[in-house]
Design a protein around this ligand. Structure first.
Ligand code: HEM
Length: 167
């Protein structure tokens, strides 16, 4: 129970002073989470855009030195984009925990459906990375060129839903 109000603090029934947590601080926290969510998303997409491009070149590579170099680049890029993916999901989920009202919004549900597709795409990239690591060439360079277009389409959908919130 609040007994008395001082300058910038309250005193409770045990006489201890405490500072109420103003709502504005909560909003600021959400904005920090959102800023880092967007930064992590950009890191994730750097990999989602470039890894399949490496697969295009790798599928056409003939000499052993290039093949070996592509393998190393693919592995390192996949680690970086997985960190970006995990941070995007964690920070997005943290915003929902901080403000559960988000769960009532239709755009978020549609966005999460597209994010699931994106995670599926990420896992497919891992499968192709493993195939190349074991010298299995399952698809042509042309096929990987088309595969490379998928993240752009998902990015357009997800960003429109997150920013314009059409429903
Ligand atoms: C599980 C994954 C994700 C969750 C739970 C999630 C959740 C959220 C939440 C709750 C917001 C705050 C919305 C607002 O206050 O306006 C947000 C913002 C945003 N998200 Fe995500 N998100 C996820 C993945 C993604 C992905 C993969 C992308 C990009 C492709 C993305 C792009 C954005 C953008 C650009 C914003 C800023 C919107 C604005 O400020 O207008 N999110 N996200």
């Amino acid at each position: 129970m609040i007994l008395s109000e001082g300058r910038g603090h309250y005193t409770n029934s045990s006489g201890a002073r405490y500072h109420p947590r103003p709502r504005i601080l909560k909003v600021a926290n959400l904005l920090w989470l959102k800023a880092f969510h967007v930064i992590a998303m950009v890191t994730w997409f750097a990999g989602l855009f470039y890894l399949p491009r490496l697969f295009v070149y790798h599928a056409d590579a003939g000499d052993w030195i290039s093949v070996e170099r592509f393998r190393v680049m693919e592995r390192r890029l996949f680690i970086l984009m997985s960190v970006g993916a995990a941070a995007t999901v964690l920070l997005g989920s943290a915003m929902i925990v901080a403000a559960p009202g988000y769960l009532k919004m239709g755009w978020l549900h549609a966005k999460l459906a597209l994010v699931l597709l994106l995670i599926g795409y990420h896992m497919l990239c891992f499968k192709f990375l493993r195939d190349f690591a074991h010298d299995r060439r399952t698809h042509t360079a042309k096929w990987f060129r088309a595969f490379n277009e998928v993240p752009s389409l998902l990015l357009v959908g997800i960003v429109i839903l997150a920013v314009a919130k059409p429903f």
